[in-house]
Design a protein around this ligand. Structure first.
Ligand code: NAG
Ligand code: NAG
Length: 387
């Protein structure tokens, strides 16, 4: 990969990128932690955290945005408040960061949140929800839900100068999963008067039942997010039980009860023909009855928003869904966009043919790419027009 590569650690990848767009990714974390895990030295996620929490980004205000930290319903959040004099009530974005429910924090997304805040004149609430391990589903969901509910109270919105008609939820990857789940849950919450204006789902993970979708098969070994890492994230979201992880790895974790739900996530029904490739329809192995009893989250739409019925989707706010071709999660997002559209929800589905998982966060040196800027600006543009 040329000069500059450190022996253990930096991998140069170019999935579908144009020539010259080399990308250097610190993959040392995942390689070394697999090894540590085999040796039983440390929990995989603990090791991953050592490698990925390279830099703690403190909340620092700049000329445009005041950045502070607070707690909403006892959950820590980082707040981004535009500094310029308000021209009226502002938009707001409640943002849930990615990291497989196991990693990351609002600091890692500081740059993105700051730009949303400055360029959209929006209040951004970036949530530091609790992570796995030790916390498992539904803790992550409950944390982000309780922050959203707290923020949507009229007195809180008015305290921050926010227009109740212009609030959205947004997130990437596991955060996109949480955003979709929060939007669904709010529909049935009689205590919340404020309705979301929009939902932004950036390469979201939306179902834990079919981990052999065409996109999982096509991209099993793509960088940033391999199939085995995604299996690890999903299983850790529910439990650290190795039996669950092993069953998910072989896609034999699907309980027989799920057969009734299969039409909701059967890719043969929901993927457009040009995205099915040469894949043939296949049936899951209906095993996993015992696992589903131990881990009821497997069948819970708060973990797998694709398990919500068509009727339930109908009330959802307009959605922006970003999917990337080179991504195990591609089909989750594509199917959700198709199902939302079928339910009558206005959907903007942006599919990046040259995109890969995580690309939107590649905005600053040393992980900066034209692709990252382009995809981020696409999200930003949609929010400018729709929030
Ligand atoms: C402040 O906003 C202006 C206009 O959007 C921008 O050009 C400038 O880079 C911003 N400053 C910082 C520190 O981001
Ligand atoms: C998925 O849909 C296809 C096409 O309608 C159908 O042939 C297949 O049996 C379905 N799979 C399951 C497991 O229901």
């Amino acid at each position: 990969c040329g000069a500059g590569a450190r022996s253990c650690g930096w991998l140069c990848v170019s999935p579908g990128l144009s020539p010259g767009q080399e990308l250097w990714v610190p993959l040392c974390g995942s390689l070394c932690s697999e090894a540590a895990d085999m040796l039983g030295l440390m929990n995989y996620m603990e090791v991953m955290r050592l490698f990925t929490t390279v830099e703690i980004v403190p909340p620092t205000s700049d000329e445009n945005v005041t950045v502070t930290e607070a707690e909403f319903n006892s959950v820590p959040v980082r707040l981004f408040l535009p500094r310029r004099a308000p021209g009226g009530l502002r938009r707001a974005i409640v943002y849930f960061h990615g990291g497989g429910w196991c990693m990351g924090d609002a600091g890692d997304y500081d740059h993105m949140a700051r730009r949303f805040s400055n360029e959209l004149d929006a209040v951004v609430v970036s949530v530091n929800y609790r992570l796995a391990p030790p916390h498992h589903f539904p803790v992550q969901f409950e944390d982000v839900y309780s922050v959203t509910k707290f923020f949507l109270q009229s007195k809180v919105l008015s305290q921050y100068g926010v227009d109740p008609a212009r609030v959205c939820v947004a997130g990437d990857s596991a955060g996109g999963n949480l955003a979709a789940a929060v939007a669904q849950e709010l529909l049935e919450d009689a205590e919340v008067q404020t309705k979301l204006k929009a939902q932004v789902l950036i390469y979201p993970a939306l179902q834990a039942l079919d981990l052999a979708l065409p996109s999982y098969q096509d991209n099993a070994h793509k960088p940033i997010l391999s199939r085995s890492l995604m299996v690890r994230f999903w299983s850790e979201y529910f439990s650290s039980d190795p039996a669950l992880r092993e069953a998910m790895a072989s896609n034999t974790h699907v309980p027989p009860e799920a057969s009734a739900l299969w039409p909701l996530l059967n890719w043969s029904l929901w993927l457009p023909p040009d995205m099915r490739g040469a894949h043939r329809p296949s049936s899951p192995v209906w095993g996993g009855a015992e696992l589903a009893r131990r881990h009821p989250g497997l069948l819970d739409p708060r973990a797998s928003p694709l398990l919500a019925s068509q009727a339930r989707l109908r009330g959802l706010p307009p959605a922006f869904v970003l999917t990337c071709e080179h991504d195990v999660l591609r089909d989750d997002g594509v199917m959700y966009a198709a199902r939302l559209r079928d339910a009558g929800v206005p959907v903007t589905h942006h599919h990046a043919k040259d995109g890969f998982h995580g690309a939107v966060t590649f905005l600053t040196w040393p992980l900066e790419l034209a692709l990252g800027h382009r995809l981020f600006n696409t999200c930003l543009g949609w929010l400018r027009d729709n929030l």
